[in-house]
Unconditional design. Sequence first.
Length: 255
Amino acid sequence: MTQVRTPSARRRMLFAVAAFASLGPLAGCARQVHIPPAAPSTGHRPPPQSRDFEAGDLAKTDVDSIAEIHLQESLASARLLTEKLYRRNPREWRRGGHASLDAAVARAFDPHHGWRFAELGNARGTDALQLAFRPEFAGDRVFAFGVGLGSMLMQAYGDQTEFYALDALDPQKLYNAARNVEVAAWKLATARDASGQPLLLSNEIGNGAQNLSFEREIGKLIAYQDVLARVVAEHTNRTIRRVVQSVATMVFLPL
């Protein structure tokens, strides 16, 4: 009887690399950055959808597929947070000159802009997030927050939305992104104008109302990045430098 041997991890990896190389033009096309659909305005994620096998799947490891799912969910949460902030702060989309709340959100997450907008001085990532909390900023703070949060997450994933065996995610960047979400949440809760009023309204407790939906969505964002950072670190045998921040030293970390 012929013994059936299970391919080793090394052979599987070599097969994936060979498959990736043979895909050539297909892999090149996949590099175009596109933003996955966001969650509906209700905040409930749609059920997982089945899809047909694609040739590019041969060049993906399990971690690659996991990374794509984490990024899709992260961007969906970032977009939902932006929408929710506009609902609590409708003056912002009007200040930005947008036709409607939906138009403002769609523009912020339109991949054709590459997260670069003249009204934000082409700032992206934590630079745009910082802009949203500057008391002297006269523009659309929610727009700056949404663009900053979405582009910061993209930077943590190497500005890619699809991953293959030859790609190398940096677990430190993913970890730093989780800490940056924490800093953004802290600023969202504490940033005030000269009269002591919140720059942006978010969670609400008191006066007969309780709205902690922002906190829940932010918690998801933090968990997505922390879990994937650990998965990638163990997969690549890398160490994450952990950072402890106090209220007095809340600063955005570099990506």
